[in-house]
Design a binder for this molecule. Sequence first.
Ligand SMILES: Cc1cc2nc3c(=O)[nH]c(=O)nc-3n(C[C@H](O)[C@H](O)[C@H](O)COP(=O)(O)O)c2cc1C
Length: 273
Amino acid sequence: MKFGDLRQMIDRTARIQICDHVSGDYMDYRFVEDVPHENDSRTVFGIGLVRSEYREEGVLSYGRNCYAIEIRLLEPETILGSKVLEYEAKDKMKALIINCSPVRTGSTAEIAKLVSEQLSNKYSVNSICIDDYSFAFCKGCRLCHNTAKCAMSDANVIEDIMDEFDAADFIVSVSPSYWADIPGQFKAFIDRCTPWCNTHEPHAYIKPGKKGYAIALRTGPNMPECERIIGSIEHFYGHLEIESVGHLGLTSIEYKADVETRKQEIIEFCKII
Ligand SMILES: Cc1cc2nc3c(=O)[nH]c(=O)nc-3n(C[C@H](O)[C@H](O)[C@H](O)COP(=O)(O)O)c2cc1C
C-alpha cells in the first residue's frame, strides 16, 4: 500500500510519526494533513503506536502519556533485500528483567543474570535493579487520581523506570521474600506507580500488549510464601494491564551459591518466555 492511500484512512486528529524504515530517521507531525505529499508515493512497510514527542501540548495530552501513529515507509524503488533484513534483525523484541531485591550481587541477582543469559538468545535484554534508583515513599495524596501525574519532586525517577517498562515487550520480575513479602524497596516503587494504576481515570499508560512473568525465591522450604510474592507482582502487573503469563517459585535459596543447583529449573522456565 502507498502512503497516499493510507492517509485517507487515518483519523485526522491523530498525531503522526513518519519513519524511514531503512535509516530509522523520523519526523513528527501534529496532523496527517501536515505530512508532505512527497511521501504519498512511498510504500507502507508497517504501522505501530509510539509515545508521542508532543508531550506538553495542551490539555488533551497527558504529558508523556500521549501517543502517535508511527508509519514506516520505504522509498518507492527499495527492494526488500539485505538492507531491510539487516534492519529487522535489530528490531528484536525486548525483555526487561528486574532484580526486585536491594542486593545487587545476591541470589536474586544471580537468578536475574541467568534469566538474562537465557533470554538474550531471543530478545534484546535490559536488566535493572530496584537499588539502581532512589525515590521517596508515596505520600498517598491521590493528586494523581485527577491528573495522571505524580506531584512529588522525584516523579522523574519513577517515570524513568516506567520508560524501561514501556520499551519492553516482556517483563520478568525476580523477587526474594523479605518477611514473607516483596522487599520494601520494590513495594515503595509499586506504590509510586499509582499514576499508572487503571482503577482511576485519567491514569497514565504504558503501551498495551506486554506480558509479565514473576519469579519468587525464599530461604524457607514452603511454596505458599513464594505464591504470595507472585500474587503481589501479578496484582501490580494487572493494574498496569500487563498480562501475567508465567511464574516460578523457588524455595530453599539463601545465598548466591544455592542458585547453582536450581539452574536447570530456571533454564526450563526461561523456555516459556
Ligand atoms: C530482611 C530479610 C528478610 C527475609 N525474610 C524471609 C522470609 O520471611 N522468608 C524466607 O523464606 N526468607 C526470608 N529471607 C531470605 C531471603 O528471601 C533469601 O536469602 C533470598 O535468597 C535473598 O535474596 P537477595 O540476597 O538477593 O536479596 C529474608 C532475607 C532478608 C535479608
